[in-house]
Ligand binder design. Structure first.
Ligand SMILES: Cc1cc2nc3c(=O)[nH]c(=O)nc-3n(C[C@H](O)[C@H](O)[C@H](O)COP(=O)(O)O)c2cc1C
Length: 305
């Protein structure tokens, strides 16, 4: 057998798209430790098992390979800094990253897509890594899109969609915000539309929209991208979102989903999108539209919403 080139093999392995997690624990002296890992895999539902592979080069390898408990945090789109901190920062990683503690005192990263508090089920020696298998004792999850990683680079659905954007177009980013069967809409002279912001920098889409909504008094949890289309001057990105509370919707109108079809909308693509939303929300079987203002394709989102 010919000798394998480890650098090439690493590249080949790196072609597999993964999410990004931060694995955390508390050692016997009470010190919290964590490292970034994309070797996470769900393993079993009964019993509930997951795995992650700490490398022997980690400064915390001994602690992770002998721990009784640990937690896995799946990072969200926009948490590249958190990933980089837990992959490279040599000081107190937890001082730089917002977190809470689970009931066992193990750190859980704030705003992660999901967190799993585990007791160690088994540790299997495997070359220059070990396979740390955990039994999930508690977990939390949200519908925020996860951060992706492939070929040594981060990616996200938002950026992928952004890649469709021809350069030079301004970007409109909006959110269909739902709360218990009702949706928040902005009334303009041209008609209704989801609340939205206009930007020139597409990397700031989510943050800018979140900030704008917050300024209007709406605290929305932005979810998956729902519709991406271009017209000759503008790139449009609409996400699904949930509002925990719409008691004071500011200058926005609150419309029951069943009444969405009766409204007059600001543009035809928005009318089409809202009609699709009204239909899909009956079964919660949502899809992502990618295309132009006139025609495009829908892709099922049902596994991710
Ligand atoms: C996206 C990404 C995924 C990683 N996945 C793993 C992994 O699965 N296992 C591992 O041991 N190290 C992984 N690393 C590297 C560790 O995070 C890094 O070596 C570690 O934080 C170094 O910690 P130390 O300074 O305490 O040794 C990954 C790094 C990145 C950026």
């Amino acid at each position: 057998m010919t000798e394998l080139d480890p650098r090439e093999l690493r590249r080949a392995f790196g072609g597999f798209m993964t999410g990004v997690t931060v694995v955390t624990m508390r050692n016997t002296s009470g010190m919290v430790l964590g490292f970034t890992a994309n070797s996470f895999t769900s393993v079993s539902l009964d019993p509930p098992l997951l795995l992650v592979c700490p490398g022997k080069s980690l400064s915390s390898y001994h602690e992770f390979s002998t721990c009784n408990r640990f937690a896995v945090n799946i990072l969200a789109e926009g948490q590249e800094d958190v990933s980089n901190t837990f992959a490279g920062f040599k000081g107190d990683r937890f001082a730089k990253v917002e977190h809470t503690l689970d009931t066992r005192g193990i750190p859980l990263i704030t705003d992660a897509v999901a967190t799993f508090s585990c007791k160690t089920h088994k540790v299997v020696e495997a070359g220059d890594h070990c396979v740390l298998i955990g039994q999930v004792e508690a977990y939390n999850y949200t519908e925020i899109p996860a951060l992706g990683f492939a070929n040594g680079r981060y990616f996200s659905l938002g950026l992928e969609c952004g890649a469709l954007e021809p350069t030079g177009l301004e970007v409109v980013c909006g959110a269909i915000i739902e709360h218990e069967g009702r949706v928040l809409l902005e009334k303009t002279e041209a008609g209704f539309r989801p609340p939205q912001v206009t930007l020139s920098d597409r990397r700031q889409l989510r943050d800018s929209l979140r900030r704008e909504l917050h300024a209007c008094g709406v605290d929305a949890h932005l979810g998956v991208i729902y519709s991406v289309y271009d017209d000759p001057t503008t790139h449009h990105v609409y996400t699904l979102a949930k509002a925990p509370d719409i008691a004071r919707p500011g200058n926005l109108d609150v419309v029951a989903i069943k009444d969405l079809a009766t409204l007059s909308y600001a543009t035809q693509p928005i009318a089409t999108m809202m009609a699709r939303y009204a239909l899909e929300s009956r079964t919660r079987d949502f899809s992502l539209y990618l295309g132009s203002a006139q025609q495009g394709d829908t892709h099922s989102l049902s596994e991710r919403t």
